[in-house]
Design a protein around this ligand. Sequence first.
Ligand SMILES: O=c1ccn([C@H]2C[C@H](O)[C@@H](CO)O2)c(=O)[nH]1
Ligand SMILES: [Zn+2]
Length: 140
Amino acid sequence: MSAPAPDWEVLRAAAREAMTHAYAPYSRFPVGVAGLVDDGRVVTGCNVENASYGLGLCAECGMVSDLARTGGGRLVAVACVGGDGQPLMPCGRCRQLLWEHGGADMLIETVSLGIVPMREVLPDAFGPEDLVAAAERGQG
Ligand SMILES: O=c1ccn([C@H]2C[C@H](O)[C@@H](CO)O2)c(=O)[nH]1
Ligand SMILES: [Zn+2]
């Protein structure tokens, strides 16, 4: 099965809709994210903050949970929007989260670079294959 082609307008709209559910009373910076799955599903998430500031959840965390809960699969393309609804570069931790479920070829829309594959925003990434490689060398 070939991966579906992303409709970036649809993804952006889904991310903006998700952003309306954000719980961000501390930063006042709502974030929404939408991901196209290889079976054509669209999964979404929003940020959910906490009075214990450091425990806040980025929107990408919610989206990855939505991905797992609705049947798993691989992320093909992800649009993330924040604040005024413009494209947002996911934070470093979330790039790692996304890598697990989309890998190097997953497309991501960023404000500074446009639409690029994950390998460009997380070069030399650590991923599941590194654990396999280490195990094969007898280090895992
Ligand atoms: O990729 C990102 C970056 C930031 N945030 C959230 C975390 C916090 O709630 C708010 C301000 O940093 O934006 C996300 O949800 N995703
Ligand atoms: Zn994040």
